[in-house]
Ligand binder design. Structure first.
Ligand code: HEC
Length: 126
């Protein structure tokens, strides 16, 4: 009897330890990749984009928008025509690469997360 109790205790502890170690580190995965200073995605081109795109306004104008590569190009041309944005010159392709990669309409981050725990009801129910 005593042995059985000991065995159960041991088995229980092992299960507990396993549960503790298998907690997925979701929080860490989500927060990695965002520059805390600007809110922009971390990337080899981050510093370039920060230098070219955050001198006049907050990076929020970028992070809150989703455009295609052409859409971003149009915004840049519009800012050049009306807001005194300079010619990005040789940096333009890299800036567009970056914007397209993280802030295009297809990017997963722009989609609403799936609804969970919704209590659906029957429309015909009366
Ligand atoms: C020379 C100053 C300047 C620079 C540099 C600049 N912008 Fe802008 N941008 C502006 C101004 C001014 C506005 C209008 C802000 C407002 O409406 O409040 C603007 C607006 C925007 C908007 C919003 C456009 C809309 O349709 O609402 C986006 C997106 C944007 N900028 C992205 C960028 C990106 C990407 C870069 C880097 C390539 C950049 N900006 C660099 C001046 C600048």
């Amino acid at each position: 009897m005593k042995n059985l109790l000991l065995f159960l205790l041991l088995a229980f502890s092992i299960v507990l330890i396993k549960c503790k170690n298998s907690q997925p580190q979701i929080q860490e995965e989500l927060s990695v990749g965002i520059d805390p200073d600007s809110g922009l995605q971390i990337d080899p081109n981050l510093m370039l984009v920060k230098g070219q795109c955050t001198a006049c306004h907050s990076a929020k104008l970028i992070t809150q928008n989703r455009f295609t590569r052409e859409g971003w190009k149009d915004k840049i041309v519009w800012m050049q025509k009306t807001q005194n944005l300079w010619d990005l010159g040789e940096f333009e392709p890299a800036v567009l690469d970056y914007l397209e990669k993280y802030y295009s309409p297809e990017e997963r981050a722009s989609r609403r997360a799936n609804l969970e725990n919704v209590e659906w009801y029957d429309l015909n129910e009366r």
